[in-house]
Write a protein that binds this ligand. Sequence first.
Ligand SMILES: *[C@@H]1O[C@H](CO)[C@@H](O)[C@H](O)[C@H]1NC(C)=O
Ligand SMILES: *[C@@H]1O[C@H](CO)[C@@H](O)[C@H](O)[C@H]1NC(C)=O
Ligand SMILES: *[C@@H]1O[C@H](CO)[C@@H](O)[C@H](O)[C@H]1NC(C)=O
Length: 280
Amino acid sequence: MKTSNYLVSLLLLISSLVVALAGSFHQEFDITWGYDRVKILENGQLLTLSLDRTSGSGFKSKRQYMFGKIDMKIKLVPGNSAGTATTYYLSSLGPTHDEIDFEFLGNVSGEPYILHTNVYTQGKGDKEQQFYLWFDPTKDFHTYSILWNPRSIIFSVDGTPIRQFKNLEATNGIPFPKNQPMWLYSSLWNAEGWATRGGLVKTDWSKSPFIASYRNFNAQTCVSSSFCSKNSTSNSWMNESLDNSGQARIKWVQKNYMIYNYCTDTKRFPQGFPRECSLN
Ligand SMILES: *[C@@H]1O[C@H](CO)[C@@H](O)[C@H](O)[C@H]1NC(C)=O
Ligand SMILES: *[C@@H]1O[C@H](CO)[C@@H](O)[C@H](O)[C@H]1NC(C)=O
Ligand SMILES: *[C@@H]1O[C@H](CO)[C@@H](O)[C@H](O)[C@H]1NC(C)=O
């Protein structure tokens, strides 16, 4: 009796440990760069990246995704983060890769971070949009999300959509990422050549190590497009697109917080803007 009780509680303990580890940073990611500058803490629930004079650091998802809805809470490098860049992006492999980018460009204390976004299709990027945030991203964790489904790519911050890249391939022949699986990557690195005020403000290494923190990784994804068909009710995100209120919120963000848009950069596109600009 005693032995079997003991066994039952041991089994319960083991099964609860397995559940607790599910979705942990240990299980979902590999350290790709910076060795012990990547720390996984709190039983796999918190990850920190650090950057010092010698090296930055980074991680990559173990799984590949063929479409997905990905959320991560990130707390960016506090204080004087000038010259640092924290990246968080999906990317496939090879010269004709697809990529969906969030990059956070640091600043001196009290001055705003820039959230830089880009989309690459078949190796071609050049679709930058940049934003200030409506909060201090170093004080708390905030949720940065990428929705990538066959209809569109939507970047969101704390549930507010900030950018959409629609799938206009069938209707307008504009390439859309839909055939190559992507991995999730994140890194913290030295970008003092360009990150802060275009490279004018350098990193203050006396403030290093610089630390960015990650929590609550959540991914609803498919391993292949056939495995996750559009009509599956459990994968309603596969059919998600911006409704009217989402459209209104994107307009609000773009009006008040957007600081750069390739679609309005006449110097860069003297021959006319890329076609998706008038359609997104
Ligand atoms: C840093 O602050 C300056 C001054 O407010 C601002 O012009 C710049 O856009 C900010 N962000 C970055 C990443 O340079
Ligand atoms: C997907 O969305 C479209 C348009 O919003 C709708 O007509 C269609 O029924 C949806 N399909 C599923 C499976 O939810
Ligand atoms: C879902 O879609 C697949 C092909 O995309 C089809 O074979 C299957 O019958 C559909 N299931 C339902 C319930 O409509």
